[in-house]
Design a protein around this ligand. Sequence first.
Ligand code: AMP
Length: 151
Amino acid sequence: MRNFSNILVAVDFSDSSDNAFQLALSMAQKFSAHLVILHVINEPVDLRGFYVPHISYEKLEEEIAEGAEKMMQSFCRMHIDDFTDYETRIVPGMPFEKILEQADKADAELIVLGTHGRTGLDHVLFGSTAEKVVRKSKLPVLTVRLEEDLK
Ligand code: AMP
């Protein structure tokens, strides 16, 4: 069986990505792999200097980054017990682009995602981030479906 030494899991703090995370974590434990936990701040880049003055946009960005960091810390406290071989990354941008970019930078051998995210839309097979990552990734992608989405 193939061994994975570096796994990237993308979390948007939805139930679906929590569920995908559980699987990524147990795979990392099983393979003794390093786990990269990535969250992408999906920024409305159009705001920059257009609707809001530059200075207040920077303040807003700072507050968003601090909020995301706090969410990530509490996510790790809640979901990780005695596993230590992990790192967290928080980057701004388009989620599917950053997931692919960060997986490449981290030398990941597998990307783990939920089939859906915070936008829900359970009637579609895949959310738009999941669909784009699956379509464009050169790496194997494991998409994990929440059981209640099957009902
Ligand atoms: P979506 O395609 O947006 O419905 O989301 C599907 C999955 O992609 C989620 O369950 C997450 O695993 C991942 N994902 C979506 N948005 C983000 C994000 N902003 N940061 C990290 N992962 C994300």
